[in-house]
Every structure is written in C-alpha cells, then in structure tokens.
Write a protein that binds this ligand. Structure first.
Ligand code: GLA
Length: 400
C-alpha cells in the first residue's frame, strides 16, 4: 500500500532532462505534460450520448521533445527503460506490437496527417509518466494527448484542444483498435484546475463548475487488478447498447441515443428491446444519465451527501445491470462504505479491474486508507494503492 504525493513534477522533470542528455544528447525544444483522468460519475454512457463528469488529475505523462531534420522518429520512455529507444522511419505508420507504447504516439502522428496537417521532418520524444498502467486512469489518452500537444507546438499547428481530443479518440478507435467514447481524451485535453467538467458526449457541449468539496477529499483506490479481457468486454457492452437503441428506434424513430430518454420514457418503451441483457444495459445508461445531471447540480449546490448517494447507486448499477465491476472493485467499494468518513464510493472508468473513487471527509482520510489497505491485502494477497486527487489543468506545454 502506498500514499502518493502529487507534487512530484520537479523530480520527474529533472530525471527526464538527465535521461534526455544521456540517450538523445543535445537540447530538447519543448517540455509538456498531459494528465490522466478520473470520472466522478456518468460511466459507460459516453457512447450512448450521455453526460460524463470527469476530472483531469495530477498523475500524468511528462514529455521532452524536438523536431528532427530527417524523417526519423525516436521514442524513449523512462517507464520502460528496458525497451530502449524505439526508432523508426516516418513512412506510412502502422500499429506494430514491436513498437510497444510508442504506437500511441504513432497513432496521433498518423491521425493528424490524415486530418490534413503536414508534418515535415521527424521527431524525438521522451516521456515519463506516473499513471499506474492498466489502472483505468487513462494512461493511453494521456500519451496520445501529450503527443498531440507536442506536435501542435513544434509544428505550430492551428488546432484547438477539442479538435485535438477528437483526433486522439479517432487514433484510439482506428489505429489502436479500441472502440472507446470521447470522455478520456476530452477530459485529458480540457480539464481545469479545481473545476469539474460536465460534458454532453452527444453534442460535445460542456460546462464547468467549481469542485467545492468543503471538508472532503476525493480518494482514488487502485485495485491493482489489471483490466484483462477489458477491451473485448468493453466492445461487447457497446454492441449491446447499440442493439438496444436499434430495437427502441423501431418503436420510436426520432431517438438518436439511449441517453435522450428520461427514465419514464424508458419504462414506457423498454419492452421494445428484445434481449433482456440489452434491456439491462440500456436501463443503466438511462438512469446513469439522470444520476449524472443530478450529481452536477448536487456538487454545484454543495450537497455532498446527495452526491455521495448518487455515486453509490451508480456503482450498484454498473455492478448489477452493466456487469462491468469485479470482486476487487466491489470489495473496495463495500469497505469504503463501512468507513464513517466516506460519503460515497464507486468504480470508475471501464471496469473489469482498475480503480474506485471515494468521497471521504478530510479528517478521516488517513484512517480510511489505514483500514481498507490491510483488509484488501488480506483478502486478495496483494496491495491496493491510494491516491488523494484534486482537479488539474488539462494537457499543456511547460517551461523547459
Ligand atoms: C473507458 C473508455 C471511455 C468510457 C469509459 C467508461 O475509459 O475509454 O470512453 O467509455 O471507459 O465510462
């Protein structure tokens, strides 16, 4: 079990600079950071036109970069030192497992090119991240957006952060092959310090509200269970929602997305969905949408008790209706809710492993971690990690 301090920027940057001199030599032209994200509520509805409420967090990916005169690409990650420098000719880029993590960078380069941006020459990019990989805190979106803002700055591209996040999602969908929604890339690009984001994934309209957690903290707990089989199960959930939508459209043509339905409308129409599993998935989507809108109002109004209760019902729905939780996440949520200091807790992200997020009274955070950590270790034989988090600024260029 470990409690991570979030102010590690200087340490990581100085290691990165030193490594740059050793491995790449000469000077970097640019320094940048892209955060990870945690979703407060609005889970598994960003591909059903729903609202989501993510934060960019202080864990993320730092990068140093420079353009090259030749057409070569060189990538190095301090997180995978054993892999060494990944070097390739910048021709037509393809997803190649031998290129390991750098596929996320290649994906971004290629997607920007396909969008019509001409990127002459090559690139040296060195990264160092502190998002635990496979934790469901969007380490891949973080690397994609880091690459995106590095390229934008080095080639002086005219592209705003929303467009960049859409291209990052396209990179993930088409180049990497994960059929994700827009939440992660949008949150990583558009997060704001001390603000919570409310994004309508159907229209891309968005709003911010101050994250007023008077007397409380948000605590991420990583189950350290890797999201094995996550991608295929994720794609199954998407398909089940699409099937539910197409059944509903037979009865109600104008419907464009599941989350346009109110719970009452859904209850009136639900018998049109033939398959009971698809009906269950759709029920989650419709009610999660209502919970998310209510949660945004609760946070704006400082009603943390109501917000916490919505988190708890969101978890129950993801566990029972959407079936994307797992024993480890349920255990962490149950253990969190046994703590008097905890106002709400739920799994966050895609599920099948990964993290929970809990709202905990500040004075109870130490006990919260001290109680749950050993219980989890005793149950599963390996430790969970705890990260108190705040809302941070989205992907950005830093001083060199
Ligand atoms: C993953 C996907 C997102 C979203 C979440 C679940 O993080 O990348 O698009 O669907 O799962 O809310």
């Amino acid at each position: 079990m470990s409690v991570q301090s979030v102010s590690v920027q200087e340490e990581m940057l100085s290691e990165l600079r030193q490594c740059w001199r050793e491995k790449f030599g000469g000077e970097a032209e640019l320094c940048a950071f892209a955060p990870g994200r945690v979703n407060l509520i609005g889970e598994h509805i960003d591909y059903s036109g729903g609202h989501v409420m993510p934060l960019a967090i202080s864990l993320g990916t730092y990068g140093l970069a420079r353009r090259r005169e030749d057409k070569r690409l060189r990538f190095y990650s301090l997180n995978f030192r054993g892999i060494g420098i990944l070097e390739m000719a910048d021709g037509s880029l393809q997803n190649d497992p031998r290129d390991h993590w750098s596929n996320f960078c290649k994906a971004m380069l290629q997607t920007l090119r396909e969008a019509g941006y001409s990127l002459e020459g090559g690139l040296d990019l060195m990264i160092y991240g502190n998002i635990p990989s496979g934790s469901g805190l969007s380490s891949s979106a973080s690397v994609e957006l880091l690459t995106g803002i590095v390229i934008k700055a080095l080639w002086d591209l005219e592209i705003d952060s929303v467009q960049l996040s859409l291209l990052a999602q396209k990179a993930e969908n088409q180049f990497i092959g994960v059929n994700c929604g827009i939440m992660d890339q949008f949150a990583v690009a558009m997060g704001r310090k001390d603000q919570v984001l409310l994004l309508n994934t159907g229209t891309l309209e968005y709003d911010y509200a101050p994250l007023k957690l008077e007397g409380c903290k948000l605590v991420i707990c990583s189950s350290n269970k890797h999201r094995s089989l996550g991608n295929s199960a994720y794609n199954d959930c998407r398909r089940e929602c699409e099937k539910a939508l197409s059944d509903l459209q037979k009865r109600f043509k104008p419907l464009k997305a599941l989350c346009q339905l109110s719970p009452d409308d859904f209850n009136a129409l639900q018998s049109a969905i033939e398959d009971p599993i698809c009906r269950q998935r759709a029920r989650h989507a419709v009610y999660e949408e209502a919970r998310t809108l209510a949660a945004f109002e609760a946070l704006k109004g400082g009603n943390l008790g109501a917000f916490g209760r919505l988190m708890v019902s969101s978890h129950a729905s993801l566990r029972d209706l959407y079936e994307v939780s797992c024993r480890e996440l349920d255990f962490l949520v149950d253990a969190a809710l046994e703590e008097k200091s905890c106002l709400g807790s739920r799994m966050t992200g895609a599920g099948f492993g990964g993290c929970t997020i809990s709202l905990v009274r500040e004075e109870g955070v130490t006990d919260f971690i001290d109680h749950i950590g050993p219980k989890y270790l005793a149950e599963f034989g390996y430790a969970a990690d705890f990260y108190p988090v705040t809302a941070c600024e989205g992907a950005r260029v830093l001083a060199l």
